[in-house]
Structures are given as structure tokens and as C-alpha cells.
Design a protein around this ligand. Sequence first.
Ligand code: AMP
Length: 280
Amino acid sequence: MKTVVDLFDIRQERKRLAGMVGLVPTMGYLHQGHLSLVQRAKQECSSVIATIFVNPTQFGENEDLSAYPRDLPGDLDKFERQGVDLVWLPSVEIMYPAEYQTWVSVVRLSQRLEGEMRPDHFRGVATVVAKLFNATQPDKAYFGQKDAQQLIVIRRMVADLNFPLDVVACPTIREADGLAMSSRNAYLNQAERQATPILYHALSSAKNAFTNGERDAENLRQIVIQLINQEPLARLQYVSCADPHNLQELEGKISGSALISLAVYFGKTRLIDNVLLGEN
Ligand code: AMP
């Protein structure tokens, strides 16, 4: 496994890779969710490039950029064990040099759900992912369903800007009790951690209701809201039941598929999760 930092080096090393190249972008502090993307990329590509970059432009002013967990030696060890070929660790100065002023904005999709709570978040995500694509020129890029809106925003950007690559969506990997794996789970104290399975329980209850014929969007939202409100350590920020193609909030009877997504605080830790209804 080769590890590079400079833009010149990633370009040179990329040129050496033959056949299908898969890209797995991450912010590090790796867990099995990240590694599942690598495993999928290994199955489908001849070479896998992984990146670790804690992207400052996707964090809001009062968010956790400085506290974001990091473990570079552990991450490199994990990537190596998974058979990653090339790791790119760009610095903030490489990604955002002085006078930086160019942004990619996926306008409407970025304003909904997470974007309502985190106004510049998806502008930062789309911009950094576009830059990662430019530098690594992948044939396929792997993203987790865990960040459902991110996936939808990136698919739109790839289509709109004609990036010559396939976006591959990978299922959410969960702990045994249902908590979606996330680097941010490290912030939870023991009591909070024990309360978190309510998220998947609530989402699964809505999914079961949908499977059993419930099609009213508000009823589905209410199933999730009521269960989460029963957990004293959980502070609900939003529950959405939206069209998974345009993220418009659904009202009345659902005719096709739906994305139920939520953001919930446990203490200071903000967790997101989602389930797709009527697909897969
Ligand atoms: P992050 O390091 O949080 O930016 O995540 C990097 C990639 O891993 C993104 O495509 C995430 O959607 C994906 N990812 C994070 N957590 C999970 C998970 N629990 N299951 C599957 N993919 C995940």
C-alpha cells in the first residue's frame, strides 16, 4: 500500500494503476462501515484508492471540526489489511490553498433535511468530493447509504457535471444492537450509547408498518417520533419522510418509495440514520 500527501504524487500514482479504479473517500477514524466500502470496491475494481481528509468546509461554525476523532496509524493499518492500493492524505492547504474561492453547489437538494440544519454542509461535501474525483479519476466511487442525502447530492453532482464515473451505494453497517456505525459514536458516554438503539428500532418500526400496508407519510413520521420521544436521553431534531429522488417532504398517501431519515441528539452528540421504504 502506498501513502501519498501531495497532489503531484497522487496524480503520478494514479497513472500507474491499470484497469478499473475504485475510490473510497473518508474522514478517517475508520470502522466497519468504511471498510465495507473498501471490500465492495475490492470486489468490483482492480485497484482501490482510499482518501482520508477531515474536510473543514463541511463543518458549521459551532460543529465538531476540532474535536473530530482521528487515528491515522490505526486507519492506515486497517486500509492495509483490507488490501487498499493507494491512500491519499491531502492537507487542508493542498485542498484549500490561499485565495481559494471555487465551490460546487447542488442547489436544491442541499437545502433540504440535513441542509436545513447545516446550511453550507453539502456545498463543502460536493466541493471536496469533486476535488477528490479530479485528483484520483476513479471509474467507480463508493458511498454509504448511512449518509443518504450525501449520496443523493453526489449522484446529482456526478450527473450534472458529467463526471465519467459510477457512484456505488453501499448498505448501512450497524452494531449488533442496531446503532449505525459512525466515527461520531465515539463521543457517546455509556448511558447515551445504551439509549441509541432506539433510532434503528423507531426506523424499523416505520419500515414494518410500511411493509404491512401503511402508506400515510404523516403516520409513518409519527411512528418514529413517538418512539424516540419515549427515550429520555434522545432529543429529536427532525424526522423526515421524503421522496428519495428529490427529497421533497411527502404528504398524504405514498405512491412509490420513501426515505425516512432523522437527526437526534444524545447529549452533545448528533446522530443521523435512515431507512429506505419500497426499495431493495
Ligand atoms: P465519513 O468518514 O463519515 O465521511 O464516511 C465516509 C464514507 O463511509 C461515506 O460514504 C459514509 O456514508 C460511509 N459510511 C459511514 N458510516 C457508514 C456505515 N455505518 N455503513 C456504511 N457506510 C458508512
